[in-house]
Design a protein around this ligand. Structure first.
Ligand code: NDP
Length: 328
């Protein structure tokens, strides 16, 4: 077996962590021939619970799990890591304003960005799952000046997967028939799942659906509000699907996209499609040799333009807010 890949997970004792760690350890990310070393970060009060999770990891005797380290000090836990999955974040509490939420998360993601900058491996790749994911990624990236900006990303793969699943169900086809799905903008209720460029068995998805009312008034809100629907049904937020999407995202980043398809990733904008430079926004991307590229040349009609602009405006407001707070 080769040298273990060091993967950091923050918020490791949380709900998403509980689904994520066992899949990482079992080879779902790197395959059966690559050993993985887990570096698990938690806040001090959650370390005891995390010790229990590590006992369960031990009890699985995963052949690919080469080691586990836990701690509450980011500079120790992130030392030499190749991949950082930043899941732990401060959830919005009762009566909490957006500014408070951004400030609380700045207190988490600014120091984590600095720690990664200081101690992570040369090939570090960072994925933020913890919400508000796009702006948390912006904060981490801005505090890690020595890491290329292209190594930071935020998760919109769960929205992407939800969109594929909804479309496949509507058309009665397997999910494998859906390609070129795109989520644009922010991982929030303003996100725009785009069927105008998606394909079903090679045919344009919007045409295959042939029902603009379903697209605008059922599909888009169902995808954008799926998280709330799961909370309503399950009594707590989606965790296994968020963990699964985090693995999908990281695996695609490491292994690449198949010919003729793309995925949605929130990455730093170079100004493509009128998205202000420097924002971490979701785009259609292809990946080859561990590097993502934004798919170029897609026609954006007025309907899509309005939806993309609205979500990007929210990202720009969040960036202004964290700038004012001195977090970036
Ligand atoms: P979860 O594991 O359920 O969620 C973690 C984060 O992922 C939340 O910000 C959540 O956002 C976000 N998220 C992104 N996509 C989704 C999705 N589709 N569904 C649900 N959540 C999503 O939270 P827990 O409270 O169970 O666990 C968080 C853990 O993080 C705790 O153990 C806490 O101690 C830890 N933590 C660790 C830190 C650190 O390592 N330094 C810092 C802060 C917290 P949303 O809130 O919007 O649902």
């Amino acid at each position: 077996m080769s040298t273990p890949v060091k993967v950091a997970v923050t918020g490791a004792a949380g709900q998403i962590g509980y689904s994520l760690l066992f899949r990482l350890a079992s080879g779902a990310l790197l395959g059966p021939d690559t050993p993985i070393e887990l570096r698990l970060l938690e806040i001090t009060p959650a370390l005891k619970a995390l010790e229990g999770v590590v006992m369960e990891l031990d009890d699985c005797a995963f052949p690919t799990l080469a080691g586990v380290e836990i701690g509450d000090d980011a500079t120790k836990v992130f030392d030499g890591v190749n991949l950082a999955l930043l899941v732990g974040a401060r959830p919005r509490g009762p009566g909490m304003e957006r500014g408070d939420l951004l400030e609380a998360n700045g207190g988490i993601f600014a120091p984590q960005g600095k720690a990664l900058n200081e101690v992570a491996a040369e090939d570090i790749r960072v994925t933020v799952t913890g919400n508000p994911a796009n702006t948390n990624a912006l904060i981490a990236m801005s505090n890690a000046p020595d890491i290329p900006q292209s190594r930071f990303s935020a998760l919109t793969r769960l929205d992407h997967n939800r969109a594929i699943s909804q479309l496949a169900a509507k058309l009665g086809v397997p999910v494998t028939e859906i390609t070129k799905m795109t989520i644009w903008g922010n991982h929030s209720a303003t996100q725009y799942p785009d069927l105008f460029h998606a394909e079903v068995s090679g045919r344009n998805a919007a045409e295959a659906v042939g029902d603009q009312d379903w697209l605008a008034n059922t599909f888009i809100p169902t995808v954008a509000k799926r998280g709330a629907a799961i909370i309503e049904a399950r009594g707590s937020s989606s965790a296994a699907s968020a963990a699964s999407a985090t693995i999908d995202h990281a695996r695609t980043w490491l292994q690449g996209t198949p010919e003729g398809d793309w995925v949605s990733m929130s990455v730093v904008s170079d100004g493509s499609y009128g998205v202000a430079e420097g924002l971490i926004s979701s785009f259609p991307v292809t990946v080859a040799n561990g590097e993502w590229s934004i798919v170029q040349g897609l026609d954006i009609d007025d309907f899509s333009r309005g939806k993309i602009d609205a979500s990007v405006a929210e990202l720009a407001e969040e960036r202004e807010a964290v700038k004012e707070l001195g977090l970036i």
